[in-house]
Design a protein around this ligand. Structure first.
Ligand code: GLC
Length: 535
């Protein structure tokens, strides 16, 4: 039986961080017309969809994740007219567009919060989570915020604390109030009616908190210097059973429109993560799978275990996905080095399931050191050492002034290597990271075993190697990844006699390979089309 697939299953998603992609009006900040001017580039990558981090009006306490109006565009990024133009132009090129929906919290400057904080009696007071001080005058419970410090801020005018799991300028909405839910579903409809192709939903697993707001247990393994968000075990402020009801309500809105995608940002162990597909596949289409992003260290065995465990945990019909980078975590090329970053790209783009790529990773951009005085990220300000600014620096387009990003000084410093590492240069370099990225996407798209085929990992008696098969009907593709900086000769003759090399991470290999004597070079990944023995 031939199954049919939708675009978010067969496609590749590319995250654009609007602050840093392309400036068009010389204010040092990226914007929508800037993205529009780079659509040819995005199309040339072969990606299917872009996800834009938030572009809505915001005081920018958390760079757009603190929204003061859900149904407009921040003037730094442009206007609704610019937005429509971008959406239209993307669609004309066959590129879908996902927006970032941030329903857990608003800005403290959102009219809803201004109303709620105006008096205890205001009808919108209950749109947020307010509590009296503890008997000693302190916060109502022990919850930490993710950025460091308590999750409660006292409002002297009304004598109560409000909850904010992130910055004090990001008060949490009360999702137990049906009016909040209704308002947010209307926000979704506003953008869906405008033609967006779906949403990536920010911290979706946090929307509902324990009804009794009980204290979280303290994590016994946490030491000073560890990330602030690991200090407590988040037993009562995330992954609450009732959250699934609100996610289903959101999904019903998505389902009322044809062909839209609904992706949830969820940092949970996979056994819990997979519950977010919903018992009847009626919650998010894809709960982001962050295993490749969170992995400590980088080795073949651990990676195989992670992939196999995820494949085994997926519910029947639940479509997999993989994320290699985002605006919150160190970049892949900084985590594993440039040579292994190529192997990681090959992994991402040959695994089963939708890949999400982070802007700049396709040219091997690395984290840019930013001094504490220059830090802009609220997490980096509250918890020194955990700034996310280094992964959000401007896109490196060319060797010209400000890397072609802006005519003015960019809002964050540029990487110092931009003259050597940029799109313009890599575009014409036959062995660049960019050339590899494009080649991998072409293969993924043109070979159905890679687009939609099954996945089977192989037992290889070599701890440096992770190898797996992707198969669709009689098409078989073998992927062999060398996670080490040394060469290895492998005997894979049990899988087949010969194959045809389709792509090496070194971009210098083609033709027939002898599987009985497969020489894998240092840091090499190889995609091999298996040729069936005749007869
Ligand atoms: C998500 C975003 C992150 C933001 C946080 C609060 O984790 O990815 O950038 O700071 O939510 O909205």
């Amino acid at each position: 039986m031939t199954r049919s697939y939708v675009w978010w299953q067969t496609g590749v998603i590319y995250q654009v961080y609007p602050w840093s992609f392309q400036d068009s009006n010389d204010d040092g900040i990226g914007d929508l017309p800037g993205i529009l001017s780079r659509l040819d580039y995005l199309q040339s990558l072969g990606i299917d969809a872009i996800w834009l981090s938030p572009i809505f009006p915001s005081p920018m306490a958390d760079f757009g994740y603190d929204i003061s109006d859900y149904v407009a565009i921040d003037p730094r990024f442009g206007t609704l007219v610019d937005f429509d133009r971008l959406l239209d132009a993307a669609h004309q090129r066959g590129i879908k567009m996902l927006l970032d929906l941030v329903p857990n919290h608003t800005s403290d400057e959102h009219p809803w919060f201004l109303a709620a904080r105006s008096s205890r009696e205001h009808p919108q007071r209950d749109w947020y989570i307010w509590r009296d001080p503890a008997p000693d005058g302190g916060p109502p419970n022990n919850w930490d915020s993710y950025f460091g410090g308590p999750a409660w801020t006292f409002d002297p005018a009304t004598g109560q604390y409000y909850l904010h799991l992130f910055d004090p300028k990001q008060p949490d909405l009360n999702w137990r109030n049906p009016k909040v839910c209704a308002a947010m579903l209307d926000v979704m409809r506003f953008w869906l009616n405008r033609g967006v192709d779906g949403f990536r939903v920010d911290v979706i697993w946090m929307l509902i908190k324990d009804a009794q707001l009980r204290d979280n247990p303290v994590n016994p393994d946490w030491k000073p210097g560890d990330p602030p968000w690991l200090r407590q075990i988040k037993l009562y402020n995330e992954d609450q059973p009732e959250v699934h009801d609100v996610i289903r309500a959101m999904r019903a809105v998505i389902d009322a429109y044809p062909d839209r995608a609904f992706i949830g940002e969820i940092y949970l162990p996979i056994t819990k993560l997979v519950h977010y597909y919903g018992p009847n596949l009626d919650e998010v289409h894809m709960p982001f799978n962050f295993q490749l992003l969170l992995m400590q260290g980088w080795d073949a065995r651990q990676t195989r275990e992670a992939v196999d465990a995820y494949e085994a945990a997926l519910p029947e019909g639940g479509w997999p996905n993989w994320v290699l980078g985002n605006h919150d975590r160190p970049r892949i090329a900084s985590r594993v080095g440039l040579a292994q970053a190529r192997v990681a790209q090959m992994l991402l783009l040959t695994l089963r399931g939708t890949p999400t790529c982070y802007y700049g990773d396709e040219i091997g951009m690395r984290d840019t050191p930013i001094t504490q005085e220059q830090v802009k990220d609220p997490q980096g300000i509250r918890s020194p050492g955990y700034s996310r600014d280094p992964v959000r620096t401007p896109m490196q387009w060319d060797a010209g002034p400000n890397a072609g990003f802006s005519a003015n000084t960019p809002w964050l410093p540029l990487a110092t290597d931009y003259a050597a590492r940029n799109v313009h240069r890599q575009d014409v370099d036959p062995i660049s990271e960019l050339t590899l990225f494009r080649r991998l996407i072409v293969l993924r798209r043109s070979i159905s075993a890679l687009t939609i085929g099954d996945y089977h990992s192989l037992d290889i008696a070599n701890p440096a190697i992770f190898a797996y098969l992707r198969t669709d009907h009689d098409q078989r593709v073998l992927i062999v990844l060398n996670f080490s900086a040394t060469t290895h000769e492998l005997d894979l003759s049990t899988i087949g006699a010969t194959g045809e090399a389709l792509c090496s991470t070194h971009l210098d290999r083609s033709g027939t390979v002898d599987l009985a004597k497969l020489a894998m070079r240092a840091d090499e990944g190889l995609i091999i089309h298996l040729i069936r023995a005749s007869g």
